[in-house]
Write a protein that binds this ligand. Structure first.
Ligand SMILES: *Cc1c(COP(=O)(O)O)cnc(C)c1O
Length: 231
């Protein structure tokens, strides 16, 4: 595949090896874990280089920026994951350009996504973002509000509620990283004990994905460790 001369190749092998080792170390099948390459601020040609190296799943935070890149890469069979803060005036774009939305934290947003999802596309895959540790500006449902929101959202026709997502505060210590991810897994298990069938745990970024995998992550969202520092 032709990549512009100024675009350096992406080599995901180091990350994939680490995912495999973390999965095996936890007695898990590495095939259960999807690597989502987080491309915010990266130009479309960088994502094309990642796709050429075998990446199939891409995460984006900003609807407009993402829509432009999705158009530029429409010749490739990619899956697009929306992982950013979602305002109600952007739900139509997100409902129709993405395959997954990981960052839903209000029933009202989910209702708009369901109403606006094209009938010609499969149901939108959805995760609820949980504020394991509440932090201003990060969003996420309080754990106490989760069961009620999940029940309302699971009933919406054009969505498929798949699981939970979290964005814990930066933490260097692997034991403390794991404690946050264990909490999300526990919340998922509690919902399943109440009759939900949630299989996805979207957790782990460049600095903590091994801890997330040890606690059951099914989707790790990795930006800087793949693409380098964002500008
Ligand atoms: C930016 C971002 C990531 C990726 O972060 P890195 O530390 O660069 O791997 C993952 N998840 C969300 C929600 C993000 O906004």
């Amino acid at each position: 595949m032709l990549i512009g001369p100024q675009i350096s190749a992406i080599d995901p092998r180091g990350i994939l090896d680490r995912i495999t080792r973390a999965a095996r170390g936890a007695g898990r099948d590495p095939a259960e874990i999807t690597l989502i390459a987080v491309g915010k601020t990266q130009p479309a040609e960088r994502l094309r280089a990642a796709a050429a190296a075998g990446i199939t799943d891409f995460g984006e935070n900003y609807p407009q920026e993402a829509a432009a890149k999705i158009d530029q890469l429409s010749d490739l069979p990619l899956r697009w994951h929306f992982i950013g803060r979602l305002q109600s005036n952007k739900t139509r774009l997100v409902a129709n350009r993405f395959d997954w939305v990981h960052s839903v934290d209000r029933v009202e947003i989910a209702r708009r996504l369901s109403d606006q999802r094209s009938p010609h596309r499969p149901a939108l895959e959805l995760c609820l973002q949980v504020a394991i540790v509440p932090e201003p500006g990060k969003g996420g449902l309080e754990p106490d509000a989760l069961a009620e929101a999940a029940a309302a959202i699971a009933a919406l026709p054009r969505l498929r509620l798949r699981g939970l997502m979290c964005l814990p505060p930066f933490e260097r210590d692997p034991t403390r990283q794991r404690a946050a991810f264990a909490r999300l897994r526990q919340l998922r298990d509690e919902l399943n004990a109440r009759g939900f069938a949630l299989d996805a745990l979207s957790m782990g970024m460049s600095g903590d994905f091994e801890a997330a995998i040890a606690e059951g992550a099914t989707h790790v969202r990795i930006g800087t460790a793949l693409f380098g520092e964002r500008r």
